[in-house]
Design a binder for this molecule. Structure first.
Ligand code: DGL
Length: 275
């Protein structure tokens, strides 16, 4: 990894996202690598990335990554699917440490889960327009069929905490009906957005109902955590105590309310930073 693993072992892992949704990745990361210190940056002043142009997403993402690199991280995780889909080459090129995006691990999980080679992927407008999932999947298995759909309303729904009610179900049905109209055989649905794991139950129920067969639902959060474990190898911090989680944000409005929803537990707070 270009650095001496014995000296970098105790360095933190850096995770960034356009906002707080990336805490779903931190949650999975802490379960997979409990001894690691983690620095999380949410670019909450500039969220959402999903509706912005690739150029802007790349520019914002580079400043987020630099913030983490300046704090000596040994590995960067791009929790944001939109940033991963639009800025991975630029981020990789400007980092001296390994960089893991969300798309590749999510695509791999989907390929491992499908039985019939028909996949569906949902994400923000920026992620779907980039074709990043289609490219990653076609590179591995050109025979696999992928149907993609942008579902912009799912992000505010997850932030509002309306994740398991009648409204969530109606919105999921409206979107997924379009997806399954494109390919009724879809047996695996990729949640290509940081926020969607919160809606996993509803999305799985609605997808299964529309398909008339069980649909496997995969998200990139746990796949990214596994990819991080693999990338670190002997460079992972295997101490017995729990690692620290230091959170930074470019705006702190509503964080106390939103962050625990994504992390799945209370957290001590965010430090405000200006990138
Ligand atoms: N973090 C974004 C993603 O995973 C969702 C929120 C946004 O649009 O910035 O694509």
């Amino acid at each position: 990894m270009g650095q001496d693993r014995t000296t970098t072992k105790r360095h933190p892992i850096g995770v960034f996202d356009s906002g707080v949704g990336g805490l779903t990745v931190v949650r999975a990361l802490r379960a997979a690598l409990p001894g690691e210190d983690i620095i999380y940056l949410g670019d909450t002043a500039r969220v959402p990335y999903g509706s912005k142009s690739p150029r802007t997403v790349e520019r914002y993402s580079l400043t987020c990554q630099q913030f983490l690199l300046d704090r000596g991280v040994k590995l960067v995780l791009i929790a944001c699917n939109t940033a991963s889909a639009n800025a991975l080459p630029a981020l990789t090129a400007s980092s001296p440490v390994p960089v893991i995006g969300a798309v590749e691990p999510g695509a791999m999980s989907a390929l491992a889960a499908t039985r019939n080679g028909h996949l569906g992927v949902i994400g923000t407008l920026g992620t779907i327009r980039s074709n990043a999932y289609a490219t990653a999947i076609a590179a591995r298995d050109p025979a696999v069929k992928l149907t993609a759909l942008a579902c912009p309303l799912l992000v505010p729904l997850a932030e509002e905490g309306w994740t398991d009610d009648e409204i969530a179900r109606l919105v999921a049905k409206r979107y997924l009906a379009q997806l399954f109209a494109g390919d009724k055989q879809i047996d695996t649905l990729v949640l290509g957005c940081t926020h969607y794991p919160l809606l996993k139950n509803v999305l799985a129920d609605v997808a299964t109902e529309l398909a008339g067969q069980p649909v496997a639902v995969v998200d990139s959060a746990s796949a990214m955590a596994e990819a991080a474990k693999e990338a670190l190898g002997s460079g992972a911090n295997r101490r017995t105590g729990a690692g620290r989680l230091d959170c930074f944000a470019t705006d702190t409005s509503r964080l106390d309310e939103l962050a625990p929803r994504f992390l799945g537990e209370a957290l001590t707070g965010f430090e405000l930073v200006d990138l």
